[in-house]
Structures are given as C-alpha cells and as structure tokens.
Design a protein around this ligand. Structure first.
Ligand code: TEU
Ligand code: CA
Length: 564
C-alpha cells in the first residue's frame, strides 16, 4: 500500500466555539486555540481539523458561511489566523480547514444578489424554481426538518436548502460557481494550509429536473437522497476540483459523505483515481438508530448488538484494504453524542471503558480522529430545559414533532439528551475552576456539570488517565508500522461481548482484544493464532497473567498483543 503522511497521522478536531475563550466573552476563539497548541503537541497528534472559522451569522454555528475569505469576528482576525497557522507549523502540526460548499449562508453577498431578480448575474449561483400549483417544487424534506424549499417574496420563487433555510444550496451545475469555489480553495491553500475536510460533499450534484422523492412515510415531506446522494455529476465535479486545484498541492482531503457504502468508499478514495484521501462514512453512527426514516437517528434502537457493529466495521476495513482505499476512524465529532456515553459506560466504568473504545478504534486500519474532549473521556450532558440546547437541528426537530402534536414532549427531550449534537458542543474541560477553565464569562452554552471529575489539568500529569492512555496509543502508531499498514481480520465473529481482531504485516501480527461489556466474558484464542510468546503493547488494566488460553476478561478490558 502506498505510503502517505496522512495515513501515519492522527487528526484532532477542534470545534472553535467550545474549545478555549481567550478574551472572556464566553465564546472560544483563535487566540484561545494558540494558547493550547502545546497541549496538542504533548498529546502527540499531527493534524488539527478546525471546524469553520469563517464569517457567519451562526444559524448553524459557522456551517452557514457569509464570506469564505474572512474570519468570524467572534473568533478573531485574519492576523490571528495567520499566527495560528505559523505557530502550528512551528510545532510541526498541520492544519486542515473545513470546506463548506454544498451551501452558503443566505447572508453571503452572492445570495443577496441572487435573490434580487431573475436576471441577476448571480441568479444561477443557487437553485431557484417557481414551484408547482402554488406549492413547493418537490416533496423533499430538509436534513433539519420541514420542506427543503423556501419561498422568497422578491421574485416569487422558491430556493433549495437541504439544511436550514439560512443555508441555500449552491448550484454546482453553473461553471462560474465552480470556479468561485476553486478560487476560494486556492486562497487558503496558498496561505499554506495542509488540507480540507469537505462538508457533505457528496450531495453537491442533484438529479436534473429535481424530481419528487419516493413516498415512504406518511409525513408531508420525504427523504430525497436518491436524487442528490452521490448525484449524477458528483464524480465529474470532484475530478475537476482535483485537476484544477488539489493536484497542485501536497494536502489531505477528507470528504464528509453520508449514506455511502464501502464500494463508494473505494471509488472515492482508491490510490489510482480517487477523489479524496479519505472519507467519513456514517454506517457505524447509525448502528443504534432505527432505520426507515430520516428521523431514525432520534429513535434509538436499544437492542443494537455488538455483532451489528462488527459487520459494519469489518465490511469497511476489508473492502477498503482490498480496494486500496483509506478509512477515517472516528467515534465522535461535533454532530455526534459522546462515545463513552453512547457505546460504553459513563458511570462506574467510565475510565476503563473510555480507554477500551480508544484502543478498539486506534488499532484499526485508517487515520484516527480525536474530537476535543474525547481524550479526556468527556460525556454526554443532560440539560433539563429545551432552552439550554442551542443547536438549530434540535430546535427544528422539537418544533416539527412536538408542536405538530405527534409525539410526547418528554420522550422527545430524552431523545435529544441521548442523540442531540450539543452533547459534543459543551465547553472543553480544562480544569476544575470557573466554567471548567474555558472562560471567565458565562459560556455560550452551559458547561457539563461533571467537569470537576473530568478535566485536562487533572489528567495531563496522571499516568493512568484517559489522556495519558491516548498519548500512548498515538505513540504506538509512530513506533509500529503494523498499526498503520497491517491488514485487518476479525476473529470471534459471533461474540456479543468481545470485539477482537488481528492486524498482519509480513510475519508480524497484532492481536486486539476489547470487551464491550461490564461483565467478565472468557476470551478463547482461535485455532491458528500462536499465543505462546505474546508481548503486551498496551492495556487498560494492570495485567499480570499473559496466558491467552481461556482468558477471563475484566469489565471493558482492552489488550493489544504483538504475537511472535
Ligand atoms: O453535517 C452533515 C450531516 O450529514 C448532518 O446531517 C449530520 O449528520 C447531522 O448533524 C446529524 O444529525 C455537516 C456538518 O458536520 C454539520 O455540523 C452541519 O450542520 C451540516 O453539515 C450542514 O453544513
Ligand atoms: Ca472569545
């Protein structure tokens, strides 16, 4: 397999609004990030992915951009950003910026022009339609509830918005719009950044004529994915973007691509003619959802099984290695609940189970991502009142289902507490002081009350902390080539408590054993694996007995062995 710096790297995601507030206005900012670069260096990560820091009215916290070449006032200035890049590069850290070009903000100058008149030169930068019989042009539902169309008085037409109505979709069919995107990408690349994370990049091409979605539920609006997920001209647009822009720089790109299969994954990331370095697939993020509707994420399936997760992860691991593609490995980001609360135990076994999940993820094939606070084992939050949640997705969802009278409000609040994106967006826990050391002022969103027990200050110098464990995992990647390049094989396929797999490179083998339960299952070494001289590389308990035959695991135990 071809060697690339981004395969050997670990990426750390920063959600700037919630990371560190340097000027005490309650909002994280660029200078706050600069203050913490030594922390990131100590952790050992190689790349930082910064969620959007561009000018934005913040309808969707920066994923609605009103100027692609300016920094949001609340976050600082372009000089601050230049200094951030310089300080990162001085420390050998790389910077990946978020590229949000499926849509802009409705406050972008292009849209202000576009909506003025039907013959405005910017009209075709967006997707306009007169509608059908005084109603929306089609039945598509928005990702964030309600119709994907908004009526606009000025020209008496509708515009498409797959996300909020303040996020109008850009019209990629228009070559002028595409050139604008390539120009803004060059603007940042020429400043010296090291790559892009591409927001919902696989929905930029829509089926011509924008036909109705198939009706599969009794809701007024239907999921229209068949008409825009990996749409007809998606690959063509991406090839053009690569030829005109990306091929001229040594950068990494990670496509955020909902609803893709491993076959798509290989198509998008393979060494020969892929369109990005790696991608974020979502199948494992849906393992605990109820399939069948776009609102499935809120309907938690309490009966999801470890074997479901094994099937998904193994399919991706094997397909990508056979097709010479490359995986991103993630359990958290700014859109997902905290992994220790979701997949492990944020109570009694908080510390060991956070370490177990980290082991499981970092030993797979692909580039691991750590989302801010994950390295401390930060947990979900449970706000009492709806007003304490700030996320537009949460509020739209609540309005949609509760105010239309279809669901019980307390049930909806529970779904929000379990799955809402704000679980990941509470301020970072730096210490046990005021507001967890994030800010002296009241933060824009409340701090998780457990910050006195879970914070960086207490963990950085504790060799047994979740943080120190992450540091060691990241080091293992630097020390053992097999962690990066070894082939993955699942073992104990049917076990509902133990997730175990091997990695193989030449005549070297790693054995990864993780217990996803609070019980004490017995690990049986499969025939053909020689466990006679195992060398323990890392574990989340003190291990005395290394015999692998009939090994009784402790709750949420994790061990990684190198087999001779
Ligand atoms: O998310 C895209 C996406 O697929 C969302 O539907 C996401 O999965 C959802 O939040 C889960 O319920 C990206 C960004 O990561 C997200 O923060 C933005 O809100 C969205 O695009 C629009 O830009
Ligand atoms: Ca601030």
């Amino acid at each position: 397999m071809a060697k690339q710096w981004w395969k050997e790297s670990v990426v750390y995601q920063i959600y700037p609004r919630s990371f560190n507030d340097s000027n005490n206005d309650g909002i994280g900012d660029l200078n706050g990030i600069i203050e913490k670069l030594d922390y990131l260096k100590d952790l050992g990560v190689d790349v930082v992915w910064l969620s959007p820091v561009y000018e934005s009215p913040n309808d969707d916290n920066g994923y609605d951009i009103s100027n692609y070449r300016a920094i949001m006032d609340e976050f600082g200035t372009m000089e601050d950003w230049d200094r951030l890049l310089e300080e990162m590069h001085n420390r050998g850290l790389k910077l990946v910026m978020d590229l949000v070009v499926n849509h802009s903000s409705d406050e972008h100058a292009w849209f202000a022009e576009s909506r003025k008149s039907k013959d405005n030169p910017y009209r075709d930068y967006y997707i306009w339609d007169p509608g059908k019989d005084g109603a929306e042009p089609n039945n598509w539902v928005s990702f964030f509830s309600g119709s994907a169309w908004q009526y606009d008085e000025a020209t008496e037409e509708y515009y498409l918005h797959l996300f909020t109505k303040k996020q109008p979709d850009l019209n990629w069919e228009n070559p002028k719009l595409r050139e604008e995107v390539y120009d803004l990408m060059k603007f940042w690349l020429d400043k010296g950044i090291d790559g892009f994370r591409m927001d919902v990049i696989n929905v930029i091409s829509k089926t011509p004529g924008l036909p109705d979605a198939e009706v599969t539920t009794d809701s007024k609006y239907q999921w229209g994915g068949e008409h825009f997920v990996n749409g007809p001209r998606f690959m063509e647009f991406m090839k053009e973007m690569n030829e005109k822009v990306l091929d001229h720089y040594d950068v990494m790109t990670v496509g955020e691509t909902p609803m893709v299969t491993p076959e798509d994954g290989v198509r998008f990331t393979n060494e020969e003619d892929g369109i990005c370095s790696m991608l974020f697939q979502f199948e494992h993020m849906d393992v605990d959802s109820t399939p069948g509707s776009h609102l499935g994420k809120w309907k938690i399936n309490p009966d999801w099984k470890l074997t479901d997760l094994k099937k998904i992860m193994t399919k991706w691991q094997v397909s990508m290695q056979e097709g010479k593609g490359w995986n991103s490995l993630y359990l958290e980001n700014h859109d997902q609940p905290r992994s220790v609360s979701r997949f492990a135990d944020d109570g009694k076994y908080h510390e060991v189970s956070a370490k177990m999940l980290a082991t499981w993820l970092h030993m797979m094939q692909g580039t691991p991502y750590v989302y801010q606070g994950q390295e401390l084992g930060m947990t979900n939050v449970a706000f009492e009142r709806l007003e304490d949640y700030k996320d537009v997705e949460i509020h739209n969802f609540y309005r949609d289902v509760v105010e239309n009278g279809s669901e019980d409000p307390e049930m909806i609040m529970d779904a929000i507490r379990a799955k809402g994106r704000d679980n990941a967006r509470t301020p970072m826990h730096w210490n046990s002081g005021t507001n967890a050391g994030f800010s002296d002022a009241e933060p824009w969103i409340k701090v998780n009350p457990n910050y006195k027990d879970i914070n960086a200050e207490q963990q950085v110098n504790d060799p047994n902390s979740v943080y120190s464990y992450y540091k060691r995992l990241i080091q293992l990647r630097k020390q053992h080539e097999i962690v990066v390049h070894g082939d993955y094989d699942l073992i104990l396929e049917d076990d509902e408590q133990i997730y175990a797999y091997t990695r193989t490179l030449g005549d070297e083998k790693l054995l990864v054993i993780t217990n996803f339960s609070g019980e004490k299952p017995v690990f049986k070494l499969p025939a053909g694996l020689d466990g006679s001289r195992p060398e323990l590389l890392i574990s989340n308990y003190d291990v005395r007995d290394h015999s692998l035959e009939g090994l009784t695991l402790k709750p949420y135990e994790a061990r990684v062995y190198k087999l001779a």
